[in-house]
Design a protein around this ligand. Structure first.
Ligand code: CMC
Length: 426
């Protein structure tokens, strides 16, 4: 794998340190700095801006070109031709399934959607106004208390069942969070529904009526899950890998990913977009908020704009924008004041020099927030939906790490505190 070498010279010594350069299939070369520790040196890279934490064959992103590939397939093609569960299979197994493999996988997921009845009792302990992500972190971690037959991380079959359970049960748990908040009975999943239909059913049906699921909204929901399925070494996936590197069980690892996703700079952004649109409240106030976003003395940022990796456009946002149009059109809500503010904000920001110069484009969360709002999903549930979608990505990365040689993740630091000093004597 190693062909080229980098040479590092230190100002205060004549030594030249040779560092191997690794080349991936595509993408920039990677300098292997692992040997520096032996020379008494560490690299310093807060925010991991220039650091590859692992080798991976799952997802490739070219932020400048707006490219996102899962196992080599462009996200636009997957969004158009595939569906969420097929994409889950692809992420987990490396190849698209044939028809029989697809049917078997879908069936496997379908028959793991129910949760242990006792798990429902957990919800009673949470206040009605608890944030659903707070419940998710707890309940998903607690799955490890119930499913002892999938905790041996060295056993391929245990890992496979844990993957099925997590993908299948996340929508059930997510919908239970919502039902708990509004005081309605939990709805059991139905085996005659697709993955996305089931989620909408568990969210919006009641035992009093036959369930009705709008196929356009179910398709939009499926695509939202698919577009969130993986995004290589983002904060939550890196958290899952780091937790997994200690040998922690898969449910605990995914729970740590959910916690990392919760923050407004990551998965919490779709919720923050709607909070911001509500705060703007009126089209006449958009300019004021744009001004605030540009003011360095004001911590306010336009939520749903910018991305750490995509500095041109986010290919997921392009697909999401199109679904956004379809959903708003189907529901006939395009003239709703909130959606008008969103459209106007998008237009103004795209034409503003500040945003153009910094390559700040609407990201996937800008549009997903709007679609979810239009579907009738409360804003507090938005990050839960991101978590449901991201679950196959988290598991695929965890499984990839566990299936290969790995070491515990343990970053180092640049220490700037006190040097050794003695405890003051009395
Ligand atoms: N509004 C106003 N200014 C911004 C914004 C924004 N949303 N985002 C970045 N900037 C400015 C920032 O102030 C800086 O300006 P300057 O160079 O003059 O100091 C410049 O753009 C670069 O910003 P940065 O903070 O260095 O960029 P980053 O790569 O560290 O941060 C980000 C990326 C996504 C955290 C950031 O753009 C942001 O906070 N956006 C809003 C939150 C959001 O929508 N997050 C969802 C990300 S997509 C979902 C996911 O993958 O999790």
């Amino acid at each position: 794998m190693t062909k080229k070498m980098a040479k590092l010279t230190l100002e205060d010594s004549n030594e030249i340190i040779e560092l191997p350069i690794h080349q991936g299939t595509i993408g920039p070369d990677v300098v292997d700095v692992g040997g520096l520790t032996a020379k008494g040196l560490f690299t310093y890279d807060p925010g991991f801006v220039s650091t590859a934490s692992c080798e991976s064959a799952i997802t490739y992103i070219d932020g400048d070109e707006g490219v996102l590939l899962h196992r080599g397939y462009p996200i636009e093609q997957l969004a158009e031709k595939s569906d969420f569960l097929e994409t889950c299979y692809l992420l987990l197994n490396g190849e698209l399934p044939d028809q029989a493999q697809k049917a078997k996988f879908e069936n496997g997921i379908r028959y793991h959607t129910m949760v242990q009845e006792q798990l429902s009792d957990f919800f009673k302990g949470f206040p009605r106004n608890a944030h659903p992500m707070a419940i998710m972190v707890g309940v998903v971690g607690a799955l490890s208390a119930f499913y002892h037959d999938s905790l041996d991380i060295t056993n391929d079959e245990h890992r496979r069942i844990a993957a099925y359970r997590l993908i299948a049960k996340m929508p059930t748990i997510g919908a239970m969070c919502y039902k708990h908040a509004i005081g309605q009975p939990f709805m059991y999943p139905r085996n005659d529904f697709s993955f996305a239909e089931n989620f909408l059913h568990m969210m919006f049906s009641t035992p009093c009526e036959e369930p009705k699921v709008n196929p356009i909204l179910a398709k939009a929901m499926d695509t939202i899950f698919l577009l969130h399925a993986d995004h290589e070494q983002n904060a939550s996936t890196s958290t899952v890998r780091l937790a997994g590197s200690t040998g922690a069980n898969p449910f605990a690892c995914i729970s740590s990913g959910i916690a990392a996703l919760w923050g407004p700079a990551h998965g919490g952004a779709n919720e923050a977009v709607l909070t911001m649109l509500d705060e703007i409240g009126n089209e006449s106030r958009i300019e004021e908020f744009i001004r605030r976003a540009k003011d360095k003395n004001d911590p306010f940022r336009l939520m749903g704009f910018g991305h750490r990796v995509y500095k041109n456009f986010d290919p997921r946002a392009k697909v999401m924008r199109q679904i956004c149009d379809e959903v708003l059109d189907d529901l006939g809500v395009e003239n709703d004041p909130l959606f008008r503010i969103a459209r106007r904000l998008e237009k103004i920001a795209l034409e503003d020099d500040y945003f153009i110069e910094r390559k700040l484009y609407p990201n996937v969360d800008f549009y997903s927030g709007i679609i979810l709002k239009a579907i009738g999903i409360p804003t507090s549930m938005f990050t839960v939906i991101f978590a449901i979608g991201r679950t196959p990505g988290w598991i695929s990365h965890w499984d990839e790490m566990i299936s290969n040689p790995y070491r515990i993740g343990r970053p180092r630091q640049l220490y700037t505190g006190h040097a050794r000093r003695d405890y003051p004597g009395k």
